[in-house]
Design a protein around this ligand. Structure first.
Ligand code: BJW
Length: 231
């Protein structure tokens, strides 16, 4: 059985990483739209750098939770038949042991040079405008996908969605496209679909099955069912 899992901010919530649109989703009074767009970066680069530098520092102090660990356990059994597509820019899936992972909205621990387009692994702040290690120009930005930009590895994702037998979305509000439409792409290719979320999302009606509860409980239970051959 080929499975594609889409994860959103909700899977990292129990690790202590704030989501975007829940009650605590504002950052210093800014909505995500105010700090996650190329226009915001052009207008207020220091504000945007501060937002991402704070998040990069914060993820160093958090750990994967049972939901991340369960997906890594699933990969151990399914191998290439599992692909995790995450909208999250933290590295909690990797730290849990997942290797078949696509970061469609980029990664906190990577910098993108606006001058030469090189992507460089990065763990320090960017707000002090360090030079690009490749071209030397001080035009590094967070290597993340903002509104109006094209997410990473879309060809690989669409191919996996069309080939999938099962599509599972975990902890995502279904507000942001193209990820919100993946359930429809997967259904078009014949996949069954399951949503695991704290509460019903904006696109719950598009799923064959929707389960409500914290990811730290729902995901390990769902993985147990898959491994027991009950799905
Ligand atoms: C729990 C839980 C627990 C809590 N357990 N669950 C008009 C109509 C349609 C589309 C558009 C439109 N106008 C513009 C667009 C396109 C636009 C878009 O979608 N806009 C909408 C806002 C309308 N999209 C884009 O611009 C994208 N690019 C694009 O479309 O390019 C064109 C193209 C596509 C494909 C092929 C070719 C061309 C780019 C979108 C980039 C989004 N970027 C961000 C920032 C990334 C960097 C960063 O992290 O800072 O991505 S915005 C932000 O939202 C971030 C997230 O990945 C993304 C989704 O958020 P997520 O993960 O769903 O979090 P929340 O907070 O919304 O939800 C959390 C959920 O968890 C909730 O449901 C809770 O209930 C749940 N939860 N605790 C389980 N313990």
């Amino acid at each position: 059985m080929k499975i594609v899992v889409l994860t959103g901010a909700g899977i990292s919530a129990e690790s202590g990483v704030p989501t975007f649109r829940d009650a605590d989703g504002l950052w210093e009074g800014h909505r995500v739209e105010d700090v996650a767009s190329p226009d915001a970066f052009d207008l207020q680069p220091s504000v945007v750098h501060r937002f991402y530098d704070a998040r990069r520092a914060a993820i160093a102090g958090v750990a994967p939770n049972p939901a991340h660990l369960a997906l890594a356990r699933l990969e151990e059994r399914l191998g290439d038949d599992l692909l995790v597509v995450t909208q999250n820019i933290d590295d909690l899936h990797e730290r849990a042991g997942s290797t078949r992972i696509v970061h469609m909205h980029g990664e906190l621990r990577s910098a993108l040079c606006r001058a030469c387009r090189t992507r460089t692994p990065w763990t320090d702040d960017l707000g002090d405008y360090p030079p690009c290690p490749r071209c030397g120009v001080s035009e590094l930005r967070p290597d993340v996908v903002w509104f109006g930009e094209v997410p990473y590895e879309m060809d690989r994702i669409f191919e996996a969605l069309y080939e999938a037998d099962l599509f599972v979305a975990i902890g995502t509000s279904g507000v942001v496209y193209p990820a919100a439409a993946f359930v429809q792409f997967a259904a078009g290719g014949g996949a069954r679909s399951v949503e695991l979320n704290l509460v019903a999302s904006d696109v719950s009606g598009d799923f064959d099955e929707s389960r409500a509860g914290p990811a730290g409980q729902l995901v390990p239970a769902w993985v147990d069912e898959v491994l027991a051959g009950e799905l």
